[in-house]
Write a protein that binds this ligand. Structure first.
Ligand SMILES: NC(=O)c1ccc[n+]([C@@H]2O[C@H](COP(=O)([O-])OP(=O)(O)OC[C@H]3O[C@@H](n4cnc5c(N)ncnc54)[C@H](OP(=O)(O)O)[C@@H]3O)[C@@H](O)[C@H]2O)c1
Length: 326
């Protein structure tokens, strides 16, 4: 697996990481602990060194990551996140320094480790000045409990304020063929400051793979039930995008998922996407995208499709949209 540097932080990760959320959170029931541990170890065997979890995905999620990676702890980069009230994304944000310290101590236990390689603030907390958040993480770094600081879905001003107190190694925000807003202000800012970028939902929460249609029924606790972009009408309309991408993929003997990931890798050398899956064969399929080099002509064809086929539906319901870009 090819390696990438997250900006000028000195943090090196595999070009594709593994998003572990869906193993037990967000998209229905997930898989049992033994299967999750096995899948994470499969990723390690394929050369993945970058693993993503969060307090908000539940203690079990961090525990599965910790159990799977304990035998290879020194060879991998473990990223987790703090920032929600009682660790529950539904309860609102909470980045008070005392809470950050408590979350880190819990995460270290769940992850069976003595340091978190990359600690992200999951969402900006308007009640806590960013300087205080960055200051709290800076202290944790000085204590050796954390190695690098990250932000998620933060806006340009928050990124600058955080970076001035404690250099930010990576921003983790949504970025994919169907959500390209970061291209406007965020990517140029990260380039300027030397911050790496970790696109989450790089497969459009599964939609860009072609495996989801208007007929797909999500389980009742699947987050996509409340996402406007996953309404039946939006799925119907957005199928045109997937079809066009599938044609381009076929011309390269690749799958749409692989094209979606290779496209992200082609945008900047300091980008490391973290696709998620619960299935061994899809893990292998996705990881093979690290070796798919899109040509200038491929990228031009993709750009033409994106220009021609507008995406329908908001990426978040209103109450959650208010939390991003602050
Ligand atoms: N910072 C944040 O706020 C935030 C928000 C969301 C996610 N994340 C992180 O980003 C990671 C990835 O994002 P994500 O899980 O939201 O979305 P994603 O990686 O874009 O897509 C995951 C979905 O795609 C399906 N899938 C994966 N590979 C596939 C393939 N080759 N063919 C068909 N379907 C495929 C998976 O289903 P199966 O399991 O059935 O394969 C799953 O439903 C998460 O695990 C999490 O760590 C962070």
């Amino acid at each position: 697996m090819k390696q990438r540097q997250l900006g000028r932080s000195g943090l090196q990760v595999s070009a594709l990481g593994m998003g572990c959320m869906g193993l037990s959170f967000g998209y229905g029931p997930g898989v049992d602990r033994a299967a999750a541990v096995q899948l994470i170890r499969q990723a390690v065997d394929r050369g993945v060194t970058f693993f993503d979890t969060a307090e908000a995905y539940g203690a079990l999620n961090e525990e599965m990551v910790g159990e799977a990676l304990a035998p290879v702890r020194d060879q991998v980069v473990i990223a987790t996140k703090f920032g929600f009230k009682d660790g529950n994304a539904m309860s609102g944000v909470d980045s008070r320094p005392e809470r950050i310290r408590a979350v880190v101590d819990n995460s270290l236990k769940h992850l069976r480790t003595d340091r978190i390689d990359l600690l992200y603030q999951h969402r900006v907390d308007p009640q806590v000045p960013m300087e205080d958040v960055a200051g709290a993480v800076k202290e944790l770094i000085a204590q050796g409990k954390v190695r690098h600081f990250g932000l998620s879905e933060a806006g340009p001003e928050s990124i600058r304020r955080a970076h001035a107190v404690q250099p930010v190694a990576a921003l983790q925000s949504e970025y994919s063929l169907w959500w390209r807003e970061p291209e406007q202000q965020i990517l140029p800012l990260l380039e300027e400051l030397g911050i790496g970028f970790v696109p989450f939902s790089p497969l459009g929460k599964g939609f860009l793979t072609g495996a989801i249609t208007a007929q797909t029924e999500f389980s009742p606790d699947d987050f996509r039930n409340v996402v406007p972009r996953f309404s039946v009408e939006a799925r119907q309309a957005n199928q045109a995008l997937v079809q066009a991408l599938s044609d381009i993929a076929a011309s390269r003997q690749a799958t749409p998922a692989q094209v979606a990931l290779a496209w992200l890798l082609a945008q900047r050398p300091w980008i490391a996407p973290i696709p998620g899956t619960t299935k061994p064969q899809r893990l292998d399929e996705n990881l093979a995208a690290a070796d798919l080099l899109l040509s200038a002509d491929d990228l031009k064809r993709i750009a033409e499709v994106l220009e021609r086929v507008p995406v329908q539906g908001a990426r978040y319901p209103e109450h959650l949209a208010a939390r991003v870009g602050r």
